[in-house]
Structure formats: structure tokens, C-alpha cells
Design a protein around this ligand. Structure first.
Ligand code: ADP
Length: 520
């Protein structure tokens, strides 16, 4: 049978409706890219949060409403819809649960999220979209995979649905008291379900449920998919990941290349491209002026942007920044987060006026100017499932200096001084002086080898971070879930075979990418 695969993409966030982190970006871009392959019809479902801008709420139309059981509760659920950039979105409406400020952080988040996850399953019987695949993302939709198997799978509309569960952030797992098993999930007395949901004797873990119940699993980079099989990165789920390693994929996120385009981005004081870098100097001068740094094109500007938390490797920075600042460099950071790190950077700014800037606010427009005006972008994360900032920096010719972990390892090719290859700099161990050594290396290239610097910038800016690559890989997973449904468009390899042999597929894809690059 040849037809498009029907995929229900369940996420608690999606740009431009609601976003608190990278999940929102992914859910806002990936479905569009999947639909563009011509092989799938992807529709997205998310809660109708109060904070969704009015302009979108005004465009929504009512699809249906029904009551459903949530534990002992009989609750109302409305479904609204709108089409945005060619993607059909469904919004789950219940004002008691979602008419609140922000998305999360309430005492009853467990109940609200369980309600959303159940609605994702329940609504399928009321609409004319009958998915082949439910693609669930992070702990907010983890329970959908459990409910599907326990309550719905023997019904006609559900019996062929297969599930993929993608982890974007393993830290947040939805850990609740054991009471929710009966009270909210309606699974009291179901020992098999309880065993898969319990992470210890006293708590229920929503994410663990999805890791056990889903047909296939994925996360957002190949390296991170390997790392989470170890106790250090696994957040207590490493055992399950090791057991299910044949079902686990790592697929690197893409970047919205139109939004992050130095040739057109409206936040920049000047524009530039890989072939004409002249505007970058103007961006740097304007940034130095804006941040109160000495305006001087000869001094390399090291930059950082992101959440100021331990994950981002800030302890390494604290350890060696004084030593680094003895050199002819500038350092600018834009970020918010833990007070400890905010104060640390403020302190450096006070001690090194004109040389260090600590901009402790969330400012998306400034972030663009920082990526564009900076020479080097420091991201020495302790762990990094994928990371977007390093890709944004590369797009703007701001060379990343990263620790080789997760998506940082997969997206930044380290400088090879013998061949000139690379898109940035990297170091391996979580060690401050190892980082400092590489920062000095970068400094050396800046001062003594302009040719290599320009080549690195060119290579970083022309690297393909578009969503097309990721979309193709997700399609392979979908095909593995439904090998009997053939693609309506010609694909290079028989999809069923291609997906069945995961390892060889990965190798082939790598080879193809390398060949393509070679051709360019
Ligand atoms: P994470 O998802 O772990 O926070 P990512 O690198 O994947 O890290 O994504 C972070 C995103 O948030 C990037 O787009 C980055 O530019 C943006 N960002 C983080 N902090 C700030 C800030 N203070 N001002 C503007 N943008 C920020």
C-alpha cells in the first residue's frame, strides 16, 4: 500500500504558540520539514494555554468536545484547530487546567499533564485524522504511550498505532507520588503497568513509562544517545536505555536557517555572508559599542549566550577566566540563570571594565547581535543533549569552542591545523585548563593565521544545519514502525530495508553527507 504516513506529533510546546525551551523550537519546525518530504502528513497536538497569543486564538475553530475519565474524574475536553504554515495544529482545551499563566510550575502539574496525555489518545476517535504513528515528546506526553496500550489499543481506530518517544531533556521526568497511579492514571491494580511506571517503591515516573511502553525511542543527537546509556548521563534511566539500545536512535536537531541568516536578519546592524564577510566587522564594532567594550577590531571577542546553570560548564569558566583575561582579549556574556553565576560574571565585569561585559537579561535580539559580532563562542557544557546556540554561532561565523559531549560533539568539527578542516574548536575532558589551552589555541589562530581563521569561518557558515537532514532520519524511523505502508514518493533505498538496518543506515547517511560536502 502506497500512501503518506499519518503522524500525530504530541508536544506540550510549539513555536509560535508557546515556548519555554528547545522543545518548542523543535515542535515548531520538525513537523513542517516532515510534511515537506511528501512522505508524511504530520499534525501537531498541544494544550491550549492561556499564554498563546490572541492572534492565534482568534484563528482557531472548534472541532469537537467530549467528556473523558481521568482516574475517578469525569472531565471536559474541547478540541480546537488551526492551520499554520501548512501544518494542522490541534489544541486541547480545558480552562480549569490550562487557563493559567505560563505552562508549568503548578502544584497539580501531574494531573494537568496526565489530562493532556490522555486527551491526545481520546480525541482520535472523534476526528477524521486516524494516525499510524503517535510521536510523543518529553515527559508531558510520555503517558500517552501508556494510555494507548492500556485503554485504547483494542479499539478499531487505535489498533495499528505505533509509538515513538523522543527525549529532549532527560532531567525532567515527571516524578509523582505513588497515589497518582490510581487517583489520576486509573491504573490501580494493574501490576504490570505499575512495575513499568514505578521508578522506586514510592513514586511514579511518567517518563519511565514511555521508555518502557514506546515501540521506538530517540533523543536529539547521536552522541547523547550513547551517553544516556551510562550512569553519569542517564539520570537513572541508563539501565532501560541499555536494555533497549536497539530501539534507540540519536537524531541531531536542525536550525531554522531562515531565521538565523546573517544576510537577512533584521536585528543586525549590517549583513554578511560566507562569501562576503565585510559586514561582520561592522557588527563587531556595533556590539562592542553597545556592550561598553573598547571598540577595536584587532582584539578577539569571546562570547557566551545561554542559561547560566551548572550544565553549561560555567565552573570551568570561573576557574580560568582571570588567567585568560590577562591576554589581549574581550569577553561578553548574555544570559540569565543561577544567581551564583550571574554574580560571578557581574564581578568579572566590575574588575575588567571595557574588557568584560555581563549582560544578565533575556534578550533575543541582542543574542542575534552577539552571535553575529563575536569571534569565538564558548560552550563548555557538562552535558548537552543537542544544543542550538553553537549552531547559531556557526551560522554567524562565530567559531564555537565546545566540550566534546552530546550534540556539541556531533555538530562542531574541531580545527585541524594540518589540513585546515573544521568549524570550531573542542576539548574532551571536563577540565578548566584543557579548555583554557584550546581557548589559547583559538587566540593563536586569530592573531597569527588569518587565512585559517577565514577558512574556518567559511566552513562553519556553510555547514548544513537545515531540518531536512533530521526529517529524513525521522522518516526512516517512521518507516521502521510501518514497513507495510510504502512511500508515495520515490526514495533512494527501499525504506523498510533501510530502516530495519539502523547501523548501516547511519553509516550510509554519514557517507552520503560526506560525499555531498566533498562535491560542494
Ligand atoms: P538549552 O535548550 O539547554 O537552554 P540551547 O543552546 O539548545 O540550550 O538553546 C538556548 C536558546 O536560548 C538559544 O536560542 C539561545 O540563543 C537562547 N538564549 C538563552 N539565554 C538567552 C538570553 N539570556 N537572551 C537571549 N537568548 C537566550
Amino acid at each position: 500500500m502506497k500512501r503518506k504516513l499519518r503522524v500525530l506529533f504530541a508536544s506540550s510546546e510549539a513555536v509560535p504558540f508557546i515556548k519555554t525551551g528547545g522543545l518548542g523550537d523543535v515542535a515548531g519546525s520538525l513537523p513542517k520539514a516532515l510534511n515537506a518530504t511528501g512522505e508524511a502528513e504530520v499534525r501537531v497536538i498541544l494544550p491550549k494555554y492561556k499564554d498563546i497569543p490572541e492572534e492565534y486564538k482568534d484563528q482557531m475553530s472548534h472541532v469537537c468536545d467530549f467528556y473523558m475519565m481521568l482516574g475517578w474524574r469525569h472531565v471536559y475536553c474541547g478540541i480546537e484547530t488551526l492551520e499554520y504554515q501548512g501544518v494542522q495544529y490541534y489544541f486541547v482545551d480545558n480552562e480549569y487546567y490550562f487557563k493559567r499563566d505560563g505552562a508549568y510550575g503548578y502544584f497539580d502539574d501531574g494531573e494537568r499533564i496526565a489530562f493532556f496525555a490522555k486527551a491526545v489518545c481520546e480525541f482520535i476517535q472523534y476526528v477524521d485524522f486516524k494516525p499510524d504513528i503517535m510521536h510523543c515528546n518529553d515527559w508531558h506526553t510520555a503517558l500517552s504511550t501508556v494510555f494507548l496500550r492500556e485503554f485504547y489499543q483494542n479499539m478499531e481506530d487505535y489498533k495499528n498505532i505505533r509509538t515513538l518517544f523522543t527525549v529532549h531533556n532527560l532531567k525532567f521526568q515527571g516524578q509523582m507520588s505513588d497515589a497518582v497511579l490510581g487517583d489520576i492514571l486509573g491504573l490501580a491494580g494493574n501490576e504490570a503497568a505499575a512495575n513499568q511506571l514505578r521508578s522506586d517503591r514510592v513514586s511514579i515516573n511518567f517518563m519511565k513509562g514511555a521508555l518502557c511502553y514506546s515501540d521506538l525511542l530517540s533523543t536529539v543527537s547521536e552522541t547523547y544517545a550513547r551517553e544516556i546509556q551510562t550512569p553519569f548521563f542517564g539520570e537513572n534511566m541508563d539501565g532501560i536505555y541499555r536494555r533497549r539500545k536497539d530501539a534507540l536512535y540519536g537524531i541531531m536537531n536542525g536550525l531554522d536557517q531562515e531565521q538565523y541568516d546573517p544576510e537577512t536578519n533584521e536585528n543586525l546592524p549590517a549583513h554578511f555572508s560566507a562569501n562576503d564577510m565585510s559586514g561582520k566587522a561592522e557588527c563587531k564594532a556595533a556590539l562592542q559599542r553597545e556592550l561598553g567594550l573598547e571598540v577595536n577590531d584587532q582584539i578577539p571577542l569571546f562570547t557566551m549566550c545561554g542559561r547560566l546553570t551548572q550544565q553549561k560548564g560555567l565552573d570551568l569558566v570561573e576557574h580560568v577566566l582571570d588567567e585568560f583575561l590577562q591576554l589581549p582579549v574581550q569577553f561578553a556574556v548574555v544570559g540569565t540563570g543561577d544567581k551564583k553565576y550571574e554574580d560571578m560574571f557581574r564581578n568579572f565585569e566590575t574588575r575588567y571594565p571595557g574588557k568584560v561585559c555581563a549582560y544578565i537579561k533575556f534578550d533575543e535580539k541582542l543574542a542575534h547581535r552577539l552571535y553575529a559580532g563575536g569571534d569565538f563562542f564558548l560552550m563548555p557544557s557538562l552535558f548537552e543533549p543537542c544544543g542550538l546556540s553553537q549552531m547559531m554561532a556557526m551560522r554567524y561565523g562565530n567559531l564555537p569552542i565546545v566540550r566534546e559531549t552530546g550534540g556539541l560533539r556531533d555538530s562542531v568539527q574541531p580545527f585541524n591545523k594540518y589540513t585546515g578542516e573544521g568549524t570550531g574548536f573542542s576539548f574532551s575532558n571536563y577540565n578548566a585548563h584543557e579548555m583554557l589551552f584550546v581557548m589559547k589555541d583559538a587566540l593563536g589562530v586569530y592573531y597569527d593565521n588569518k587565512e585559517a581563521l577565514n577558512q574556518l569561518r567559511y566552513q562553519a557558515m556553510t555547514r548544513d544545519f537545515s531540518w531536512n537532514v533530521a526529517a529524513g532520519k525521522y522518516m526512516n524511523i517512521y518507516r521502521r514502525l510501518h514497513p507495510e505502508i510504502e512511500s508515495p514518493v520515490a526514495v533512494e533505498t527501499a525504506p523498510a530495508k533501510k530502516a530495519a538496518a539502523k547501523k548501516s543506515t547511519t553509516k550510509k547517511t554519514k557517507k552520503k553527507t560526506a560525499e555531498k560536502k566533498g562535491k560542494k
